[in-house]
Design a protein around this ligand. Structure first.
Ligand SMILES: C[C@H](O)[C@H](O)[C@H]1CNC2=NC(N)=NC(=O)C2=N1
Length: 94
């Protein structure tokens, strides 16, 4: 069982995660790709990383803008798993 992070811990993690916002309920980042299919490609790349981690973001696709939302459902909040996946998503966004 992974421990949920408190508000100070989430805030500290967000300070080191470019583009992400949120709080103890969840964190999110939106990215606008150059074109719709670029956004879809990013979603596919994130899907592979998520599957490997067995940790899956909620994903919202609106034309070129993709929003990733992360929380750990089983823990009822944000955990280190979310912070790690957010970092991996940032690496894919570049
Ligand atoms: C059994 C498996 O580890 C769980 O169902 C995983 C799958 N992906 C998950 N993803 C997220 N975001 N939260 C979870 O609690 C979660 N649980």
């Amino acid at each position: 069982m992974t421990d949920v992070l408190g508000s100070d811990e989430v805030a500290t993690a967000l300070a080191h995660l470019a583009g992400w916002s949120g709080g103890t309920d969840g964190i999110e980042r939106s990215v606008t790709a150059p074109a719709f299919l670029d956004g879809i490609r990013l979603v596919a790349e994130v899907a592979h990383v998520a599957e490997q981690a067995d940790h899956h973001p909620d994903i919202d696709i609106r034309w070129r803008t993709v929003t990733f939302r992360l929380s750990t459902h089983s823990a009822g909040g944000v955990t280190d798993k979310d912070i790690t996946l957010a970092r991996q998503i940032n690496n894919l966004i570049g």
